[in-house]
Design a protein around this ligand. Structure first.
Ligand code: GTQ
Length: 305
């Protein structure tokens, strides 16, 4: 019974950081070795050493760095899983989601709702807005959920690209341009601010996954939080460190790190302004009634469903 009703949350993943400068060469190497049609998606999966198996970046979240080479197409498919993508680098990337093609600009966030056809591409040198460099982004998906709910499946479209028309980012509900997020962060008072990515109706971007951007001014720190949610963080800009449970992780631009559930976490900026991107599992925890924050349990009898 103690195993079924433990005294504490017991995630099996650990706080861990993937250094961009250390892993980027492997991803670029994969870009030269593995053709897109061989891989369907060419992704360097960020596998948590506490579990040593994909799809666990945290116990509930999967993250990976995806690379698309110039003039390549990650072929159209659709699946039950939800995806949120933070664009790290590269010009001329695009994604087509259910017939609407949008640009993938560095620092923008794009979502792929469940069961929507999607293919990704990248313009090459000689094409407008293209060049010889790859486009690289951070994928966040709810893949670990499908270990318990074995209902995930993927369907291939019969052509590499699903027919699509170009749509401007301002007319697309799946794109969250960085300029707007940066403006909202600047408008928030105080040395630490967090702004959620929300749909136009105010809802989280996904039923399983939500996302935020955070600003930390030079030498500032975020509040320390212990919660049942787990998160994946990515450094948009700046340097600093985070204390996660007993672990201290030092980070810089491009790095990605995992915060397992119930590990108290706090972020500390170095001597310059920091921007962080974060995706987390709060929407699914809240939907299931599993969300708790240490020291802030406001649940009343009537809320317990
Ligand atoms: O872009 O559809 O990192 O299906 C893993 C699985 C990305 C995607 C991943 C996927 C995708």
């Amino acid at each position: 019974m103690a195993r079924l009703n433990p005294a504490l949350p017991n995630p099996s993943t650990v706080p861990f950081l993937w250094s961009y400068s250390a892993i980027r060469p492997y991803l670029v190497h994969a870009g030269n070795l593995v053709r897109e049609e061989q891989a369907e998606r060419r992704v360097l999966m960020l596998v948590n050493p506490g579990r040593n198996a994909a799809p666990y970046t945290t116990d509930t979240l999967y993250a990976g760095l995806q690379l698309v080479m110039p003039r390549e197409t990650a072929p159209a498919h659709r699946h039950s899983a939800f995806a949120v993508r933070f664009i790290i680098e590269g010009q001329g990337g695009f994604t087509a989601v259910h017939g609407r093609r949008v640009a993938m600009k560095p620092r923008d966030v794009l979502v792929t709702p469940p069961w929507n056809w999607h293919d990704h591409g990248k313009k090459g040198a000689g094409e407008q807005g293209g060049d010889d460099e790859p486009v690289i982004w951070l994928d966040g998906l709810d893949l670990p959920e499908f270990v318990h709910f074995p209902v995930h499946f993927n369907v291939h479209y019969d052509q590499a690209r699903y027919p699509a028309e170009d749509v401007g980012v301002d007319d697309s509900p799946i794109v969250f341009p960085w300029e707007q997020v940066e403006e909202r962060l600047a408008a928030e008072p105080g040395p630490w601010a967090a702004v959620p990515y929300l749909r136009k109706n105010g809802a989280e971007i996904g039923r399983t996954i939500g996302a935020l951007a955070e600003r930390l001014d030079a030498n500032a720190s975020s509040p320390a939080i212990q919660e049942t949610a787990s998160s994946v963080y990515h450094i948009i800009e700046g340097t600093g460190h985070s204390v996660i449970g007993e672990t201290t992780l030092h980070w810089k631009k491009g790095d990605t790190f995992a915060v397992p559930a119930w590990h108290k976490y706090q972020h500390f900026a170095g001597g310059e302004q920091v921007y962080l991107y974060r995706f987390h599992d709060k929407p699914m925890l809240k939907a299931l009634g599993f969300y708790r924050v240490e020291g802030a349990d406001v649940e009343s009898f009537a809320d317990v469903w």
